[in-house]
Design a protein around this ligand. Sequence first.
Ligand code: PLP
Length: 397
Amino acid sequence: MRINSAYTNLPPAFFFSRLTETVSRYAADHPDRRLLRLGVGDVAGPLAPAVIEALQRAVEEQSRTETFHGYQPETGTDFLKAAVAAYYRQRNVHLSPDEIFISSGAADDLGALGNLFSAAARVLVAEPAYPAYTDVSRMAGRTILHLTANRENSCLPLPTSDTDADLVYLCSPNNPTGAAYTASQLLQWIDWANARQAVILFDAAYEAFVRDADVPHSIFELPGAETCAIEISSLSKTAGFTGMRLGYTVVPDALVRDGCSLRGMWTQDRTTRTNGVSYVLQRAGEAALSPEGLRFSRERIAGYQENGRILSEALEKAGVWFVGGRNAPYLWLPCPDGRSGWDFFERLLETAQIVVTPGEGFGKGGEGHVRLSCFGSREDTEEAAGRLLTFFQNGVS
Ligand code: PLP
């Protein structure tokens, strides 16, 4: 038997179990203390009324022979592709239906897109990063090159004349740092990729959180991206679909490598490996992208953005350096006194009853940092901001 031994090179999956166990133990030992959870990367419900109505209508259709829907096109229905295309048109990005691929979420496609490239393709990951980029590259046995996002580059690393790779994962707005590339910074990556015939895998899962005019929602807002980038996005954070599972990937027609259309290859990949996403879910996605659905999501996101402002203000007042909290639902800060992320996580839990995420869960460059999330309630966030300020003002050790 010959297994894929690359799986044995993966880091052990203990990170979230250690985090959950530590928090559960603390909560059980201190039932009188109110824990404030700034560690969550998940949204709070409920879904938009327009989405619920669309789901109910679609389920009803499935109950009658005359309106029943069986298999759907593997790369997505015409109606959802049209809704995604209209969403992109708001940013002046014009896509043909063939360039849009409906998925079960960004994570699925981030993993599967590697199928298009040879095992010899060298992968550059700007880290700290969403762990899937390095893990799927390891599973495929690829060489991984690391680029560190840190205080010196404001967590937005840029290519230099020495930067060399075939594929690069970029995530903007970023998880975990919350930093977001401006158009002129992203153009540097586009020029770099086009000059080297590299491909950018652009993770836009948090695009709906962008507020600054000079920060693109989509890499395709920028000239030259259509010949070097694939964009992976999702309704998870845009419309609270984390438990629904629906996303979309854009592979432009103009993206050609070694004489092959990557759009054509991805169509072949999808029609071979998947049978598409359910009709009911795609109707829900269409409703999420309708004017009513988007209005609802914008209000929900405005609440998370307000949480970002509250936490940012507290850290500014405390004189703590951080990034994020403006164009993304995360803030990222170095731990005081050179502590590890785990050490600081425990200290914040014990002293202020605040749960954060240790940076060690996000690969190289994550060590010695923590991530704060804006997905909590307004009330908890205000309370946490107050406790953080007191914590930092009282000195940390
Ligand atoms: N990309 C990033 C940067 C994420 O943070 C996440 C989820 O947290 C995903 C992708 C996965 O998104 P989805 O729920 O669409 O699979």
